[in-house]
Design a protein around this ligand. Structure first.
Ligand SMILES: Cc1cc2nc3c(=O)[nH]c(=O)nc-3n(C[C@H](O)[C@H](O)[C@H](O)COP(=O)(O)O)c2cc1C
Length: 186
């Protein structure tokens, strides 16, 4: 796919077909992630790949429990934490948690590195016919290290980029973008 079409065509997908992605495609997505640039080539990313829908639903439930204790407006809590639907990982067939070793002095760099890896993964998924979505709510799982440990995230690691993937069952319209230039000096 032409790069510009890929960048502009990718959308966050929140409704998925009941169909898993072939292993070769999942591997292709993971490999696209590791070709991102990283600060001092540290390549901090570690991946947890979850293809089991029951486990993904369990993660959604745990995230909701954590969210429901947040001091947020009632309508937000109602929409995301208290809904019967899977408003966190959207019942997706594939969840990838991009994790890094916890190192306070590297945190800002690690977050950027994972963001770059995530976009490589989203674009590759889109090129392969898969939808995807970054799930910031997934960060709240970091508040339950014991739960994460059961998923293979050691206590000295944290989740930076929770991402869902799958064949889309929706075709959302693009949200408009604005190019805001503070100043262009030539
Ligand atoms: C850091 C980050 C966190 C996000 N967290 C969530 C989330 O928790 N739930 C969700 O449905 N979408 C989430 N999104 C997706 C954004 O809502 C989406 O990218 C944005 O609305 C633009 O739409 P597009 O990706 O289709 O272009 C997140 C995106 C980013 C980059």
């Amino acid at each position: 796919m032409e790069l510009n079409a890929c960048i502009k065509g990718r959308r966050s997908i929140r409704l998925y077909q009941d169909k898993s992605a072939p292993k070769e495609i999942v591997e292709k997505i993971l490999n696209a992630g590791i070709w991102a640039p990283s600060g001092m080539n540290s390549q901090p990313w570690r991946f947890v790949v979850i293809e089991n829908r029951d486990i993904i639903n369990k993660l959604s439930k745990r995230t909701k429990e954590i969210l429901s204790k947040m001091p947020w407006p009632t309508d937000i809590l109602q929409k995301y934490a208290k809904s019967e639907k899977d408003t966190i990982f959207y019942d997706a067939p594939l969840l990838i948690l991009l994790c890094v070793p916890k190192k306070e002095e590297w945190r800002q760099v690690n977050i950027l590195d994972c963001g770059l890896a995530a976009q490589n993964m989203f674009l590759t998924a889109y090129q392969e016919g898969l939808g995807s979505c970054f799930i910031g709510f997934g960060w709240y799982l970091n508040r339950d290290p014991a739960f994460l440990a059961d998923l293979g995230v050691p206590a000295d690691h944290e989740v930076i980029a929770p991402m869902i993937f799958g064949y889309p069952a929706e075709d959302p319209k693009p949200k408009s973008r604005e190019l805001r230039i503070l100043k262009w000096i030539s």
